[in-house]
Design a binder for this molecule. Structure first.
Ligand code: UDP
Length: 254
């Protein structure tokens, strides 16, 4: 058996060379990390769920014209994606205060924000992903002003769409992180959505109870991490292959 060439290994995913030029295979691991890798564990089944959840959300976004790197799911843990040149900026979109904005600005967790706030962080494990302004991004050439404009417009569209989608299944979209990348197609450079969208990089709270259905269950040792991810997948109507019987959907009764 020939081994595929490993292009990059991150904390939760591995990227392998794809079958055609311009493609990669994104493999979802069960590994979970928090606090810039200081806390590490394995959450059985997380990779399978995130693969399905990200496939589902990226496909829905494509359907409304938000271009992204997702091509198709290959199997339980892998998806085929377009190879992009990742822009080294994490885009954080916030609707309700949670996490770092609370400590930074002294806001109580759960406070609705006066409007959607976008923050940018420079992608650097060494520096602990510091928050940066648009000025830093354009001055240091991480993205051009036009690209940044596109990133902001797309991020707000993603937020509007996902907020509605999650609301429809009884989940509040508190905040999330996006990454974008450049693709070179037909002599044009385009900025498209990349990475993943899953409970690893979104805060998702049950609308009625405010129960956390995301990675904060791991970060804060709340337990039930896998069940929470499973619940998000169940509400989205996604069935993990070989998952519990109650996720199999309706069957015909004679
Ligand atoms: N986030 C992420 N990766 C990061 C930092 C943040 O996916 O490296 C997500 C996180 O899951 C949350 C949102 O971005 O949904 C905002 O995170 P925050 O800045 O509050 O950081 P945290 O509290 O996770 O340190």
């Amino acid at each position: 058996m020939t081994r595929r060439r490993r292009i990059y290994e991150g904390k939760a995913k591995v990227l392998f060379e794809g079958p055609e030029p311009g493609t990669l295979v994104q493999y979802f691991k069960d590994d979970a990390t928090a606090f810039n890798g200081e806390k590490k564990s394995t959450i059985t089944g997380k990779g399978v769920l995130n693969n399905r959840i990200s496939e589902h959300l990226m496909t829905k976004l494509s359907n409304i014209g938000i271009q992204n790197h997702f091509i198709r799911r290959l199997n339980m843990r892998e998806q085929l994606i377009k190879e992009v040149e990742i822009i080294p900026v994490e885009v954080i979109v916030r609707n309700v205060a949670a996490g770092s904005i609370c400590t930074r600005l002294g806001i109580t967790e759960g406070t609705p924000l006066p409007r959607t706030i976008i923050e940018y962080c420079f992608k650097s494990d060494e520096l602990n992903d510091p928050i940066v302004s648009e000025e830093h991004i354009t001055a240091f050439g991480w993205a051009t002003p036009q690209e940044l404009d596109e990133i902001m417009t797309q991020s707000l569209r993603v937020n509007d769409f996902l907020s509605g989608l999650f609301c429809g299944i009884g989940i509040k979209l508190i905040d999330f992180k996006l990454e974008f990348g450049r693709i070179y197609e037909d002599d044009e450079i385009q900025v498209i959505l990349a990475d993943e969208i899953s409970p690893d990089n979104c805060r998702l709270w049950d609308i009625k109870t405010n129960e956390k259905l995301d990675k904060d269950r791991f970060r804060r040792d709340l337990g039930g991490v896998e069940d929470a991810y499973q619940e998000v997948a169940r509400r989205l109507g996604i069935l993990p292959e070989g998952g519990p019987g109650d996720l199999k959907g309706p069957t015909a009764i004679q």
